[in-house]
Design a binder for this molecule. Structure first.
Ligand code: GDU
Length: 335
């Protein structure tokens, strides 16, 4: 019997690379990866090149998808994520929405029985500061100006209207491997945060391949569960301590009060029951982060913590708006 043929898009990404390793570890799949060609992707795939088929291309160009054939299951992770998605909303639309539509069309044509697993995002629910317990059926009201969330909602719709069999996982805050960016100031400190590690997230997709019948035509919230919940303020405090950056002592108005996303997934256990993906807790996450920081790096960060934090603060758009007393921007970020 032929092996189940799995297509993994965005295989070099944070979640994608974990999924690639796990798929290969299972040893029961024929794996094709689709990703954009770059020095980084070539290097990442090099150790696996004898075990996988690699298709390089731009997902927003249908011609680049024509060699995707005879697929049984798809894990679709290729996307432009924030902060780039916020800076280049048109590109995000092209890759995230049009790219997903192109992939659906190619599969409908050449692999009509493929099971399509899509990675959506918690951002589709918008600002949940007032009402942090989230259910799948809640209204999708992205935060003002959140182009990324709009691209994910449109891609979900394309899948719902497709001829394929599908499932959608709306990913919570995936923590690990992401750089600190100006995004850190967009999130209000009192945000209820539920994280998931990249490897747990990947496991949900990989295990999902064998659970097609149960997952079919349903949407799930994917988060690490109760052991992965924390306030954003505490999360940052712990992270700063690990990096050697000391206290979280930013001035008032450095962080926004509203117009971001995140919350606790009240119905997140439903997915866990089906695909059994949770292994990591918040403490595991913090231990993994601590292992990545060498004592030398930590000592250096400790010495330079003031200028580092000054540099970070310089990237805060809420703080800029406050300093400039920009009424429109202040209304966007603050209550
Ligand atoms: O035009 C593009 C842009 C990106 N990519 C690929 O898409 C992947 C994105 O990986 P990232 O590390 O940037 O993203 P994450 O793994 O953190 O993102 C995952 O989690 C997000 C939610 O947190 C989204 O659901 C996203 O689709 C999903 O891949 C990379 O392989 C990248 O090369 C493309 O193939 N084409």
């Amino acid at each position: 019997m032929n092996k189940t043929h799995v297509l993994l898009t965005g295989a070099s990404g944070t979640v994608g690379f974990e999924a690639l390793k796990q798929l290969l570890e299972k040893g029961i799949y024929q794996v094709t990866v689709f990703d954009k060609k770059s020095k980084a992707t070539i290097e990442k795939f090099a150790p696996f090149k004898d075990q996988i088929t690699i298709i390089y291309g731009d997902i927003s160009n249908p011609l680049n998808l024509e060699s995707i054939l005879n697929i049984d299951a798809v894990i679709h992770l290729a996307a432009i994520i924030p902060p780039l998605a916020d800076e280049m909303p048109e590109l995000a639309h092209k890759v995230n929405t049009v790219g997903t539509q192109n992939l659906i069309a190619q599969l409908e044509k050449e692999s009509p029985n493929a099971f399509f697993m899509y990675s959506s995002s918690i951002s589709v629910y918008g600002d949940r500061i007032e009402n942090p317990f989230i259910h799948v059926g809640d209204p999708l009201i992205p935060s003002e100006g959140d182009a990324y969330a709009e691209t994910k909602i449109a891609a979900e719709k394309a899948l719902l209207n497709s001829q394929l069999n599908w499932t959608i996982f709306r990913l919570a805050a995936i923590m690990g491997n992401h750089k600190m960016s100006k995004l850190m100031f967009h999130q209000p400190l009192n945000t209820a945060l539920e994280i998931a590690t990249p490897r747990d997230t990947a496991r949900a997709f990989v295990n999902g391949i064998e659970r097609e019948n149960t997952l079919s035509k349903q949407i799930f919230n994917l988060g690490g569960g109760e052991t992965c919940r924390i306030s954003y303020e505490h999360f940052l405090e712990r992270s700063f301590a690990i990096f050697g950056l000391g206290e979280l002592d930013f001035p008032k108005h450095a962080f926004a009060d509203k117009n971001f996303h995140c919350g606790y997934y009240a119905d997140g256990d439903a997915l866990e029951k089906i695909v059994n993906f949770r292994e990591d807790t918040l403490e595991d996450y913090f231990s993994m982060e601590a292992e990545k920081v060498s004592s030398l790096k930590k000592a250096a960060a400790c010495i330079f913590k003031k200028p580092i934090k000054w540099y970070l603060l310089k990237q805060s758009e809420p703080y800029d708006a406050y300093k400039a007393q920009d009424k429109k921007q202040m209304q966007h970020y603050f209550n």
